[in-house]
Every structure is written in C-alpha cells, then in structure tokens.
Design a protein. Structure first.
Length: 105
C-alpha cells in the first residue's frame, strides 16, 4: 500500500467478538479487547485495517505532528517502519510498539 489518500475513509472503535491481529505490531486482539477498524477505498480496492489500542495511539500521535502532512505519515501496516525512520523524539508508547514488533519477529 502506498501513502495515497483513500477515495473514501471511515474509522470506528470496536470490541472484538473474535480474535484479530493488529496490522502494525502483529499482537493478538482477543475477544473483549477494543481495537480501531479503519475502512476505505485505496486505488479502487476496499480494505479494512485493524489496530490495537497502543498502535492507534501512536498512529494518532504521528498524524498530529505539525511537520507531517497526511500523505507523509505512516501508511497502514508500516507504522513501525515509519517510526524507525522518524528523526524526532518518540513517545514511550511508540518505543513499546517498536519493541513488541521486533520481539515478534
């Protein structure tokens, strides 16, 4: 996936009824956990991306940075890579996300 802006987009918070996997850190989202589901159409293809609570918090932080335009921010599934390339100071929750992803590999 590129950093192309979607043709349409919506996001919602859900409570898992079955197991899912966070697309950013690969952690399990178990029944009862909250997660963000972001749906949209990119290049004519519909997709839904799931993020655990911590990754969603880091995603929101990255998108709120004043020097980062939406098309320059992380794209779904590549948050950890974007964080590693960021040359600024990362919040502790972002460091936890990176560590979780690296320990999973």
């Amino acid at each position: 996936m590129t950093n192309e802006m979607p043709e349409c987009y919506s996001e919602t918070w859900r409570k898992a009824r079955r197991e899912h996997q966070c697309e950013e850190c690969n952690t399990r989202i178990v029944p009862g956990d909250s997660y963000r589901a972001a749906s949209g159409i990119w290049d004519g293809t519909a997709a839904t991306h799931k993020q655990c609570v911590e990754c969603a918090r880091v995603w929101d932080w990255a998108q709120s940075l004043p020097d980062v335009y939406p098309e320059e921010g992380p794209c779904f599934g590549r948050l950890v890579l974007w964080l590693k390339e960021w040359d600024g100071t990362l919040p502790n929750v972002a460091l936890k996300v990176i560590e979780r992803k690296e320990n999973e590999a």
